[in-house]
Write a protein that binds this ligand. Sequence first.
Ligand code: NDP
Length: 390
Amino acid sequence: MRRVSIFGATGSIGQNTIDLIARAPDEYEVVALSGGRNVAQLAEDAQRLGAAVAVTAFDEMLEPLREALAGTGIEAQAGQAALLEAASRPADWVMSAIVGAAGLEPGLRALEQGATLALANKETLVCAGALVMATAEAHGARVLPVDSEHSAIFQGLIGEDIGAVERIIITASGGAFRDWPMDKLRGATLAEASCHPNWNMGQRITIDSASMFNKALEVIETREYFGVDPGQIEVLVHPESMIHAMVGFRDGALMAHVGPADMRHAIGFALHWPERRELPVERLDFASIGQFTFRAPDLDRYPALRLARSVMARGGLSGTVFNAAKERSLDAFIAGHIGFLEMAETVEAVLDRFESQPGLIDASLTLDNVLHTDHLARTYADEAMAARAG
Ligand code: NDP
């Protein structure tokens, strides 16, 4: 039996992972499941899968979780220390599907005990890519990408030499506002930004798709995971979301990964790797699809893509700054405190402010420095938004 844990089990990726694992209950021993506020779902899944421990990230949710698990024999825990303890429990395969930088530390703990880390949480690599990859190497652990684009690139590279790669093209649907006139974008509402044309995902990544902050994170994630030069990474708008990525080689060949917009492919690939097993995803019928379309991304519409380029050029801890400022401005947009375009404006202001303190950006990539920088960038984002409002 393979021992598995799922962090962020109650979210969109977590539920898709559970869907796959629940189809073969005899193959898996579930060690830990984690969630946030949705303790009813967490308790239900912990019972269904026979997990040893269920952890909510929030202390105030412990009582409802305990009540929901009363009499089941499943341990109920809460808070950051409990989350890290659960991530340190021996497991063979760990899904990292918490949303945001909160996913970093549990992922590192899982790597430290040698687990294979299936990484949906792209923020982990954006905030601390080199630290994460070095931790994996030091402990004989492996990181497998779950983001659909990165899973596609990974699959395109099987049996290939990374030195023969000329370019990597990651596709973007263009999100909810790809066809909106620019002058309408400033007034885009939360409800409008929360509808993705193709993918069914958590609210935060859906809004990040509309602003292309999601793609910006993925460009940085590509650099961190595959170690290619930033100039080799291209973004292409592909509204049908069926080609997830393409790898171009120096002989001119392009390997494209094509599949339906269903995360169970990338999750299942990481779950069964290096085998390919049958997965419950739709088989595409190209004759009925008819055509694929492409366009270049408009950098005026999507300033996040421009900012990602400057983050990669700057290096150091600027990925941590970028992600934290993005998370904080997304919080503010969701709370109705700032408009849609002010998210990118805030992130840019925070990056500029850090630029005047190079000692911070160039500090060594330790977990303490990442956490400190993350905290400071959130404070600067709050200050930048308050200054604009005032
Ligand atoms: P969701 O918002 O659907 O789920 C997030 C999960 O994290 C939930 O279990 C939530 O708990 C939990 N959570 C929320 N806040 C915290 C916190 N502070 N500490 C610990 N746990 C917390 O997100 P998604 O599943 O959409 O995305 C998860 C990750 O995967 C993200 O990094 C995203 O970028 C990435 N990803 C997602 C894809 C998708 O298709 N959804 C595709 C590719 C990557 P609860 O809901 O109980 O409050």
